[in-house]
Design a protein around this ligand. Structure first.
Ligand code: ZN
Length: 278
């Protein structure tokens, strides 16, 4: 049986990177920065269309508000529209009240444009950690059906190494439920290694990513690919970052598009909504 894997896109700008304390990319200054999200997202959509794949697009509410026509174009192609929160804040740096406000604002904006119910959420920077697990219940209470914010491996600003690895249903009291689809990892020498998105997907050679997907698919489990429009944008402005972060954000931008094309031809993909039959 061919396993259907999830293809997901976090629709945000080149300057929406986490934990960088730079004046020029602070929230107050976002409107002054060059926007590149539309062109890059349309290009990703074109690649998906060529391969006849429907994906899940997690829109940042701030982006949806400014580019409603982009939301509508993604919807028209038959992709799933989900939310990436409103202002790209790390969850563990917010109080439950602040988090709720940000989540609700994003849902209101996106549903207002798409005229359909949003059922999926992914927080900025995979920031549901042990100390911010409270967020899952709020996500369920706000009527969403699944979350994809858990990163079951070590990570700079996120990570929950002890978490279950594959999609599963979380039950709260009063029959409240939420699906969790954690980021895909492979276990190598006792360590969970992420490989299926962002800097990891750009860094690892294609053969490694392919074998990792095959390994997980052989267990009957789906893999989740996650990418950002900026990751196929070789021309994007560069933010001055410390060396290791510069490497993480800008390594192999040139080869990402061909990696995505190889993935789409070697494996079957669809949206999270389809995989979880929601
Ligand atoms: Zn993001």
């Amino acid at each position: 049986m061919t396993i259907l894997n999830a293809f997901t896109v976090d629709v945000e700008e080149w300057f929406h990177i986490c934990e960088v304390d730079k004046e020029e990319i602070k929230f107050e200054n976002w409107d002054k920065l060059e926007s590149r999200v539309t062109g890059n997202t349309l290009k990703l959509m074109e690649i998906l269309r060529e391969n006849n794949v429907k994906a899940t697009f997690f829109f940042l509410g701030w982006i949806a508000e400014r580019y409603p026509e982009l939301v509508l174009k993604v919807k028209k192609e038959g992709h799933e529209i989900a939310t990436h929160g409103y202002a790209h804040k790390l969850i563990y740096k917010q109080s439950p009240e602040e988090f709720t406000k940000d989540l609700e604002k994003s849902i209101d904006v996106i549903e207002g444009i798409a005229k359909e119910k949003v059922i999926g959420y992914r927080g900025a920077g995979f920031s549901i950690k042990k100390e911010s697990l409270w967020a899952l219940k709020i996500i369920a209470e706000r009527g969403l059906k699944y979350d994809t914010t858990i990163f079951p491996a070590k990570r700079g600003h996120g990570g929950l190494q002890t978490f279950r690895l594959y999609p599963h249903l979380i039950n709260f009291e009063n029959d409240l439920k939420l699906w969790e689809f954690p980021i895909s990892v492979v276990n190598i020498l006792g360590k969970n290694i992420p490989f299926s998105g962002g800097g990891y997907l750009r860094l690892f050679p294609y053969w490694f990513i392919k074998q990792a997907i095959q390994r997980i698919n052989r267990k009957g489990q789906a893999v989740m690919i996650y990418i950002h429009p900026r990751e196929i944008d070789v021309e994007q402005p560069r933010i001055k970052l410390p060396l290791y972060r510069k490497f993480k954000y800008y390594v192999n931008l040139k080869t990402t598009e061909s990696k995505i094309r190889a993935l789409l031809s070697d494996f079957k993909f669809t949206s999270i909504k389809e995989i979880l039959s929601l």
